[in-house]
Each structure stands twice: as C-alpha cells, then as structure tokens.
Write a protein that binds this ligand. Structure first.
Ligand code: HSE
Length: 299
C-alpha cells in the first residue's frame, strides 16, 4: 500500500548528441512516496524542496501527470496520495523535470504490481517532459529510467538502446546558481543546420559511441565537440569559455553544457581527475562570484 522510489538526475546531449544522448548520474535525484487511498483520484499531499514553485494540481505536475496517463491506460481507478522530495534545482540542466516524471511512473507501476515493463514506461515519462518543458524529448527520461548511457536512435517509432561505457569513466557536473528555462534554451536554436556542421557533428557522434564501446578515451575526448548547439546556447551561461578551459586544463576528456544548461559537465578518466575537475570548474565560476554545487558520478 506504500512505496518509496528514487530516480536520478541526468546529463542530456553529451556534447554532440542533441536530443539523442544522455546518461544517468549517481546523485542527486528525486524521491517519491506513494500511498494508496480508498477513494479514486490522485492527490499531491506535499512537495518538499521546490520552494513552493511547482504546481500542486495533479494534471499540471510532471510527477503526477504521468500517473494519470498510466491509470487511464491500464483502466484503473486506484486513488493515490503523492509526496515528492525535489532534491535538485529547477531549470538546472540536470534533468530535474525528467527525474520527477520517471520517479512518478516507476513508483506507480511498482505500487500496482508492475503491469508494465520498464521500457513500456518510457512513453509515459516522455509525456511528463512535454508538460514540463513543451517538448517530449527522451534524452533525460531515457537514462533516468533505464540507467547508464542511452541513445535515442529514433523518436518515431521510439527506438532506444544502451551503450556500455568504460569502467573508469566519470562525470563531473557543476551547477552554477543561475537559472535557464529549457523552453527558452530551445527557442534560441536555429532550425537549419549547414551541411558542413552536419558532417562534423555526425563524425563526432560516431566517434563518441565508438570511443565509449572500444574504451578509447582519446577518441572520446576528440569526439566531445558540439558545433551546432553549444555555440548558440553557451551565451546563456556566464563564464562558459573560462569554465570549459579550466576543465580541460585540469585533465578532463571534454566539457560541454549539461542538457539545456546552465549546468556544465565534464567527462574524465578516473575519480581523482573528475574530483580535480570539479574543483577547478567551481573555482572558475567562483572567480566572478557565482556559487556552485558539484557532483562526481561514475557513469
Ligand atoms: N535535449 C534537451 C535540450 C535536453 O537540450 O533541450 C533538455 O534538458
């Protein structure tokens, strides 16, 4: 009659893979508690950690909208009381809304005896993403639900697969205390891409996947280049160039924007390097008075 579940933050895009690459972090993540009610209907009892900013109406909040769709799909009138522990900032580029969608859909499926497989839950989680940021992209919900490094090969039909990554691959995620709205960060993108940039990006996408699978860190490093999105979006992040250079100078394989930003991520070989990179990236933001929170995760 009661369940508590966790879904992790994620890094989407991973430099060259806009809307198609993402991976899960160890922490932070959202936690949800669900309790069955005797009467039908979903009630949001409490949201902790959002400073009162998220909607409390079940049809407007990512954590519960996915549950409404799920209950309708399986033809259930089960009533549920929801408590959400929001453990990461909104508009952070860490897949905050995705973690809520995923934790919601995962928990209700478990509470009701797992009528759907994990993969079948993905389209529901994507609906939560549509409510939260206007686009049903899967590069955050995919890895938050399935774990590890995930590729969205196609959206229609949905075709998602996981890629094994080297054991020593670590992510540094640094969240500066500024906010970027995902809708805005998508709006400023151009709709057309030149053939020249498409060719570069395709080379890097292929190189990154091959590098991960072959444990070729140098190839991973050379492929962590985004010629399409990063040049446009980086203007929304104060000190972007300086922070990126600091990461590379302290040994990161590559560094780019996490999702729609403003968080930035770097990949490194080994935990020690990833910790050092966290320190120098935070110092670079700090040099202009921006406070940060950083996380190091094995991918
Ligand atoms: N791929 C999405 C974007 C992720 O970059 O807009 C948003 O977190």
């Amino acid at each position: 009659n009661y369940i508590k579940a966790f879904a992790p933050a994620t890094v989407a895009n991973v430099a060259c893979g806009f809307d198609i690459f993402g991976f899960a972090l160890d922490e932070p993540g959202d936690i949800v508690e669900l309790r069955k009610r005797d009467e039908p209907g979903i009630i949001i009892k409490d949201i902790i950690g959002d400073e009162g900013r998220l909607p409390r109406e079940p049809e407007r909040n990512a954590v519960s909208v996915v549950m409404l769709k799920f209950l309708e799909h399986i033809g259930s009138t089960q009533g549920v009381e929801v408590t959400l522990h929001k453990n990461m900032p909104l508009g952070s580029g860490m897949g905050s809304s995705s973690a809520s969608s995923v934790v919601g859909i995962f928990a209700i499926n478990e509470l009701l005896g797992r009528p759907l497989t994990q993969r079948e839950l993905l389209p529901f989680a994507m609906e939560g993403e549509r409510i939260a940021c206007g686009a049903a992209h899967a590069d955050n919900v995919g890895p938050s639900l399935l774990g590890g490094f995930v590729v969205i090969r196609s959206y229609s039909p949905l075709d998602v697969f996981k890629v094994k990554v080297p054991d020593e691959l670590y992510c540094t995620l640094v969240h500066p205390d500024v906010e970027v709205n995902t809708k805005d960060a998508r709006y400023i993108l151009r709709n057309e891409v030149s053939l020249k940039n498409t060719i570069s990006q395709m080379g890097n996408v292929a190189g990154l996947i091959a590098g991960l699978m072959q444990e070729d860190y140098d190839l991973v490093s050379r492929s962590m280049v985004d010629v399409i999105i990063e040049p446009v979006r980086s203007i929304l992040i104060p000190e972007f160039d300086h922070v990126k250079q600091a990461a590379l100078d302290s040994g990161a394989l590559g560094c780019s924007i996490s999702g729609a930003g403003p968080s930035m991520f770097a990949l490194s070989r080994g935990r020690d390097t990833a910790e050092r990179v966290a320190k120098t990236m935070s110092e670079a933001f700090g040099s202009v008075g921006i406070t940060t929170k950083s996380y190091v995760s094995q991918i």
